[in-house]
Design a protein around this ligand. Sequence first.
Ligand code: NAD
Length: 364
Amino acid sequence: MNDYEIAVIPGDGIGVEVIDAALEVLHECERRYGLTLGTTFYDFSADLYQRTGRKITTADLDEIGKLDAVLFGAMGLPDVRSPEGLEFGAQIDMRHHYGLFASLRPVRRFDGVEVPVKAEHIDMLVIRETTEGMFAGLADQHEPSDEVASDRMTITRANCERLFDVAFTQARARKQRGTPGHVTLLHKSNALRSNVLMERVFDEVAARHPDIGSAKYYIDAGSMYLVTDPARYDVVVTENIFGDIVSEVAAGLVGGLGTAPSADVSLERGVFQPSHGSAPDIAGQGVANPLAMILSAAMMLEWLGERYGDPRAARVASHIQAAVEAALAEGPLPRDLGGTAGTREVVDAVLTALPAAESTEVLA
Ligand code: NAD
C-alpha cells in the first residue's frame, strides 16, 4: 500500500510535459526518501473534447475525489470552445465540485533570477477566492445575444469567513518561518456592493486574529503597490477575478509564470497545478519551464503533510523546494528566465540538487 494515492491529469499542451517532469522528481523522491505515491492517470483535455466530445462528468469527479490529491498540468486550447463561446476546461468544474474555495499562490524571489522591479525582498502568498466573485454566474442561463452580455459578481458571508480564516492561518504559519505575519485585503468596496460585504467580513475575521496584522487597499492602488513596493505584502487575499489578475502580475515580478505554483484547496481537498496555462505557442518543443509544476507537486506534499499530520511528506516537500532554489541559483536557467536550458536540463538540475536523505529518513 502506498502512503498516498494521487490523481494525475496532464491536460493539454505543455501540461503534459511539465507533469512528466514533476513525476520524475516525485519518483526520485520516492527512491531517495522512502515516501510512496500511487498515481492514477486521467485523460481529460480540450484536445480529447475536440476529437471525441468527451467531457469530465460528475461520476469522473466523484471517482477522482476518492484519491488523496490531484496533480493537474494545464487545460484549455484557445480554439476549443463550447457553443456559448467559453473555453473548455475542467478547472472550474473541479473547484465547484470539490468546493475548492481558495487558490494559494506563493510568489517568491529566487536567487539567480533577475526581476523587473527594484526590490530585494519579494515573498508573498496571494490567495485568490475561487468559487464565487466574478465567476459566480458561470452556470447561469443566458440567451445568446450580440447586443448585450453580462456576468454576475456574488460574495457570500460564509465563503468570506472561511477564506479569510485560511488567509490568517496561513499568515500565522508563515510568521513562524520568519515573514511579518500580515494579511492584506484587495477589494473594490468604493464601487461594488458585493465588496462592501467582503470588506465588512474581513474586518470581523481580522479582529478574531489579533496576533496577525492586517491592511486593506482598493484593488487599483493595491495593484500599483504590488509593482512599486512588493515588500509591503505578506499574505494578499482577494476576490476571484481580481486574484486571477493580481497573482499573475505578482508572478511577473519574480520571473514569470514558469516558476509560479498554485494549490486550489478546501479544508479537505486539494488540486495542485502551475498558475500557467497550456502555452500552445511553445508546446511540443521541449522548452517549457517545469519548475512551477515541480513546486506545485511540493505544495501537494506540504498540504498532505499538514492534512494527515505527516512530517515525512512535509520534509520531502522542503527537499524539493530546496532543490528548485539550488537549481535556479546554479543554473542552467530555462528560456523563459533568460537562459538556454530546455525542460530536460532543468529537470536534471533539480534531480542533481535534491538533498541527500537525512539519517532519520527511510531509504527505499
Ligand atoms: P499561458 O499561461 O498558457 O501562456 C502565457 C505565456 O507564458 C505564453 O507566452 C507561454 O509560452 C508562457 N508560458 C506559460 N507557461 C510557461 C512555462 N511553464 N514555461 C515557459 N513559458 C511559459 O496562457 P495563455 O496563452 O493565455 O493560455 C493558453 C491556454 O491555456 C488557453 O487555452 C487558456 O485558457 C489555458 N489556461 C489554462 C490554465 C489552467 O489550466 N489552469 C490557466 C491559464 C490558461
